[in-house]
Design a protein. Sequence first.
Length: 364
Amino acid sequence: MRARVWAFGLAAAVAATVWSVPAAERAVQQGGTAGAIQEAGEWTADARGGWRDDDRTPRLQLNLRTNDGGDRWGFGVRVTDLVGLPDAALDGDAADVRFTLPREAGTFTFTGAFTDRRGAGRYVFSAHPAYASAMASLGFPALSREQTMRLAVMDVGTAFVREIRGAGQRAATVDEVVRFKIHGVTADGIRQLETLGFRGLDGDDLVRMRIHGATPARIRDLRAAGLTATDVDDVVRLRIHGVTPEFIAGLKSRGYTALTADDYVRMRIHGVSLAEIDELKTLGYSGLDADELVTFRIHGVRPQFVRDMRGVGFTAADEDDLVKMRIHNVSAAFVRDARADGLRIDSPDDAVDLAIHGRRWRRR
């Protein structure tokens, strides 16, 4: 059977050390009982990455593998959540460590050792019966071992489920509540989005917005810059393509006051920058609209190209002339070579005509 792999956070590959299996684990493997134990296996950890939360709390990458190899988990955990983990494990070496990761769904107990801030050993997961009962009352009856362990790994508590539902989400499956937890969907965040006009969002929309950083704070920043976006697709696209409040404000200060979300996205996709707009203005192209700026970028009309063509005498070339020359691969070198061959190239139209018709043009 193919192993299920669950990765949450940064995956880290660490060589596992073989440890003896405690009696309590053997009871699980042999079908016996040993208290509330439900799962056991091997763990590895890596503390070398300097990974920290937003509040600067250090995090540790943990990787779990069940004894039968059926499930593998990779997830980050705050070191302050690991009860009994010695400081030496984070700084270098620590032998015979024993620490726990308590969750509402159950407790992970780890034994093993750390060498050069990398750890390995055995773990046992003990489910909490009270959690199973509480989740059953919320509509999640008969949680499987795998589901219980997944909920524990992601620290999905019953309060989280109640809060999400109180904010209008059904959260009817384990997969859905876990997905909300992974991507940071919270009841407070849902309510903030509602105050901004994003009402009745489904789970997919909420997760998509979180994945791309379309948070209430970012949406407020966009509105403060002058863009009133109330469509999920718009705010997600703006985030994907790097449309920032600074970019919007910069365009507005340069006279671009009536742009839509589509305009901003197109400009970012094609690399329109404030610096290039300013440079084109110094060259005399100050009235370009959004479409013309995008057209310049698509066809490679850059400030240096304008200067190069002025260097061969095309000082009065307008926007259309510049685009046509780029489309037909007319360059300053092309014009100089044609003139060196005795051809009279007086205008952008002459150069384009030569580029299109070649030898026939030469026979005129």
